[in-house]
Write a protein that binds this ligand. Structure first.
Ligand code: SAM
Length: 256
């Protein structure tokens, strides 16, 4: 992919999520990044989530449930959106921990900060920046989580290297994301709306495995988790490709 294609995809993704943040701030329910509810429904137990915030979730899984966060850990949430996962993480790491949320959309970061103030979370910070060039120093967090964001990075090799760089030795990555599990059609790779809907940039499990191992990670696991009803996804009707996607979980550890 050329530099100009990468820039234009990132700009259109930023605009799409900036617009979505404004709608969420006005009280419109999220219904998932692709606008199809099934992706978000059931990811969180309403009793353990933060009810108003679950409605603003644009995730495709629940990385917090898999991350087994511990008191005192430093956590980075890549593409933190309206802040649900960061605020839930904060409850687990407690006052001695720290949670950083990074998002490319200034409007999303503003909405997350508003939610943080509403829920009185002291040890959470929301930053604006690109997940392919994380504005943090080397080896500064113990856990990187992410929910339906990694697919949005046009340069996944740069992203994976950045995650490796900011993790402390022994630190772990736990991310939910859309995976491509069937054949790919080249034509939708450049469709901006399918990029922001989290499909065009979705990679196959074996691509993630290779990139994670190449960056130096160990204990790499990429597993499909949930398949969707094709009739409810906008993809098949809008671009003629089949339902070759599912949500899945990526896990990896930086060697100690
Ligand atoms: C599908 S939403 C998921 C948001 C959140 N993780 C959740 O579960 O609700 C994707 C988020 O990633 C952000 N994003 C997309 N590309 C990004 C990038 N290159 N760097 C940082 N954030 C990005 C978007 O602004 C948006 O908030």
């Amino acid at each position: 992919m050329s530099d100009s294609e990468t820039k234009s995809i990132k700009a259109s993704v930023r605009t799409a999520y900036g617009d979505l943040a404004s709608r969420l701030a006005r009280g419109v329910d999220a219904a998932g990044c692709c606008g199809c509810g099934p992706i978000v429904v059931g990811n969180y137990d309403p009793n353990e989530g933060i009810p108003g915030l679950v409605r603003q979730s644009l995730g495709c899984g629940n990385p917090i449930a898999a991350a087994q966060l511990r008191e005192g850990e430093a956590v980075l949430d890549l593409g933190s959106g309206a802040g649900l996962d960061a605020l839930l993480s904060q409850r687990m790491v407690g006052a001695s921990g720290l949670v950083l949320g990074l998002d490319g959309s200034a409007e999303m970061a503003k909405l997350a900060e508003r939610n943080r103030l509403m829920h009185g979370a002291a040890n959470v910070r929301f930053l604006v920046g690109d997940i392919e060039s994380i504005p943090l120093r080397d080896a500064c967090v113990g856990v990187v989580i992410s929910n339906c964001v990694l697919n949005l990075a046009p340069n996944k090799r740069a992203l994976v290297r950045e995650v490796f760089r900011v993790l402390r030795p022994g630190g772990r990555l736990v991310a939910s994301d859309i995976l491509r599990v069937g054949g790919a059609s080249a034509e939708h790779a450049s469709d901006p709306s399918l990029w922001s809907a989290c499909f065009a940039g979705a990679a196959a499990p074996e691509v993630w495995r290779e990139l994670l191992l190449e960056a130096g990670f160990c204990e790499v696991e990429v597993s499909p988790q949930r398949f969707y009803d094709p009739d409810k996804l906008p993809l098949s009707s809008s671009c003629g490709v089949g339902p070759e996607f599912c949500s899945g979980l990526l896990r990896a550890r930086k060697p100690a």
